[in-house]
Design a protein around this ligand. Structure first.
Ligand code: GLU
Ligand code: ZN
Length: 483
């Protein structure tokens, strides 16, 4: 027996959603652990809402995450003839019937009905098929349809809660539930792994799949297995909102999340590795992932946890890997890919790659995303110290002893041996002569040199900047403070 065939079938109606990425990952893991095939099918039939750049965005997102597909991308719009063939077969075999009711007529007739939706008015009226009639599916009056779900077990849907739904509009358009099922049949999909939000349509698809298998002119295809993945929710336990929550995969890439960290985090949304450790390499995910172990409960998409995890991944890089990963953010001109809308604070001439390679280990320990790097190291490359006004006021302008510290430092640093240790010792001493703890004596110096109160270790940074620059900045800060 050959391996399973799975697919993702996103509609390109917006930026690639983290939910799509999670679905892609689970499909990818499942196919990779069992010698299966992972297919990308773009469901692009809603011409008004689709955009080419969103389709490209999905492909780029999968590529960034290393979730490459084995077949595709197929475009649903290229498969329209198959949908029509299937609809005609269903019609010819009596599973669909024409309906000429208008929305208003239906509303008028059904208001007050216990069961919402269409009332089956045209079922046995033998309405002639014209360009004014839709085709509806004849849902059996009684009985149930069972969806076999690997995660949720068998889910039973009673037929009497389903209306005779429209399959083909009067304008000839075959609607999504059939189009989607027909493509899954054509592509011989064995497992449909997708979001829980699609579960309400699944029984309709199972009914039509079954009906198609009874149409003599259509090749019978085994029913696929289903796996509906738990919903992703925000901190308020509400479904992630496209407008309010940060859901675009692209924005995580642009902020400098590492694809491996992102994949690892996505894997935890509804599933967890066997041991205590949540940080596990992709090979372990492939080995341990089991569709049956996926949870039913909504999964909290926790950006804080993702960010923390990303920091761990950044720290685990070798220095060389870190410098390479940081390049699009610090030296976009030497990188093929660059994050969108991100301005580097320095010019190409101001940036010194060799200095950055010396500074890199100082920041690697301190950033959670690559996008944080430029602000943290800009003082190394900018001619003017990038002062944060609030910090300057607090650490220097409004601080009684700060100017004394800077004056003493100017004097001491002019002759001190130029090493981080000696600078550290010298700062400690000049602080003591003023009765200050190191924390207090270091603060104005840090502000004078870096412009802010946080950043890489101060003495190492000063060592790298060199005596001349440090003395100049101390003088500059004193002048700025009007001393
Ligand atoms: N194109 C649909 C969607 O994105 C269907 C997905 C599917 O069946 O996996 O919601
Ligand atoms: Zn009707």
């Amino acid at each position: 027996m050959s391996g399973p065939r799975v697919r993702i079938a996103p509609s390109p109606t917006g930026f690639m959603h983290v939910g799509t990425a999670r679905t892609a990952l689970f499909n990818w893991l499942f196919s990779h652990q069992s010698g299966g095939v992972f297919i990308l099918r773009i469901e692009d039939t809603d011409a008004e809402r689709n955009r080419d750049e969103w389709r490209e965005g999905i492909i780029a997102g999968l590529h960034w995450l290393g979730l490459d597909f084995d077949e595709g991308p197929f475009l649903q719009s290229d498969l329209l003839p198959d949908h029509v063939v299937a609809a005609e077969a269903l019609f010819a075999n009596g599973y669909l019937y024409p309906c000429d009711c208008t929305r208003e007529e239906i509303d008028e007739r059904t208001k007050g009905n216990a069961k919402p939706g269409y009332d089956g008015h045209c079922r046995d009226r033998h309405v002639a098929r014209t360009d004014q009639t839709a085709l509806r599916f004849r849902v059996p009056d009684e009985g149930t349809t069972v969806v076999h779900d690997v995660i949720r077990g068998d889910i039973t849907f009673a037929h009497d809660s389903y209306e005779d739904f429209i399959v083909v509009r009067s304008n000839g358009v075959v609607l999504y539930p059939l189009a989607n099922a027909v493509d899954d049949r054509t592509m011989k999909i064995t497992h449909i792994i997708r979001g829980e939000d699609l579960l309400p349509t699944t029984p309709k698809q199972v009914m039509m799949w079954e009906a198609l298998n009874h149409c003599p002119e259509v090749e019978s295809v085994d029913h696929p297995k289903y796996a509906h993945l738990p919903m992703l929710v925000n901190e308020q336990r509400k479904k992630l909102s496209k407008r309010k929550d940060p859901v675009a995969v692209e924005s995580y890439r642009d902020q400098g999340y590492l694809p491996e960290a992102f994949v690892n985090y996505l894997a935890l949304l509804g599933w967890s590795p066997r041991g205590e450790e949540e940080i596990v390499p992709r090979s372990t995910l492939i080995e341990q992932f089991r569709l049956e172990d996926v949870s039913h409960s909504p999964a909290f998409f926790d950006v804080k946890k993702l960010t923390h995890m990303n920091g761990e991944y950044i720290r685990a890089l070798s220095l060389e890997q870190f410098i390479e990963a940081a390049t699009p953010w610090v030296a976009p001109w030497s990188s093929e890919w660059t994050p969108s809308d991100r301005d580097v604070p320095w010019t190409r001439e101001q940036f010194d790659p060799s200095l950055f390679s010396h500074v890199a280990h100082l920041v690697q320990e301190r950033v959670a995303t690559l996008g944080e790097i430029p602000a943290m190291v800009s003082f190394f490359f900018l001619d003017d110290v990038p002062f944060d006004d609030v910090t300057f006021e607090k650490a220097i302008a409004q601080d009684g002893t700060a100017k004394n510290v800077l004056t003493l430092a100017l004097d001491a640093f002019a002759t001190v041996e130029w090493s981080a240790d000696a600078l550290h010792h010298s700062t400690l001493q000049l602080g003591e002569s003023l009765g200050l703890a190191l924390r207090k004596s270091q603060a104005p110096i840090r502000c004078a040199i870096t412009g802010t109160s946080v950043g890489p270790p101060l003495f190492e940074s000063m060592e790298l900047l060199g005596r001349e620059v440090v003395l100049e900045r101390l003088r500059g800060a004193l002048a700025r403070a009007g001393a």
